[in-house]
Design a protein around this ligand. Structure first.
Ligand code: FES
Ligand code: FES
Length: 152
């Protein structure tokens, strides 16, 4: 079965099992390896992407759910790494090992789309499902606030 999905602005016709997780399609079929595999059970947030503007866990999203939809991954967040969040992340040196950070950024981007000036509570609520075993949480929060201050 062929499934058409728009990924980071480019349309792809995919000949894959409709139940294949979106994460596998991104990483194994399209070599978009910025999106990470952590738990495979919607528990860690490492695989977070946007599906038609909504934050989703791609490890538990079958590709059939993305048929005809638009997917945004970390590779498409900005053309050149200059999204306000990416700039704030770099300026504050947020990542440690880096493994969770694409997911953190995609969740944070979803948060700022909904709440351009998020409160601490909104940040905590939105980011709660994104785990970081390196404990970069204080820097993530600071970077979200910095990026929010730079939004138009
Ligand atoms: S890999 Fe998807 S939430 Fe952990
Ligand atoms: S930076 Fe290492 S898991 Fe988050």
């Amino acid at each position: 079965m062929s499934i058409t999905v728009r990924i980071n602005g480019t349309e792809h016709r995919l000949d894959v099992d409709p139940e294949m997780p979106l994460l596998w399609v991104l990483r194994d079929v399209l070599s978009l390896t910025g999106t990470k595999y952590g738990c495979g059970e919607a528990l860690c947030g490492a695989c977070t992407v946007h599906l038609d503007g909504h934050v989703v866990r791609s490890c538990v999203t079958p590709i059939r759910r993305a048929a005809g939809a638009a997917v945004l991954t970390i590779e498409g967040l900005s053309p050149d790494g200059t999204h306000p969040l990416q700039q704030a992340w770099a300026e504050l040196g947020v990542p440690q090992c880096g493994f969770c950070q694409a997911g953190q950024l995609m969740t944070a981007a979803g948060l700022l789309k909904k709440h351009p000036r998020p409160t601490d509570e909104q940040i905590d609520q939105s980011m709660a499902g994104n785990l970081c075993r390196c404990g970069t949480y204080p820097r993530i929060r600071a970077a979200i606030k910095k990026a929010a201050g730079e939004l138009p």
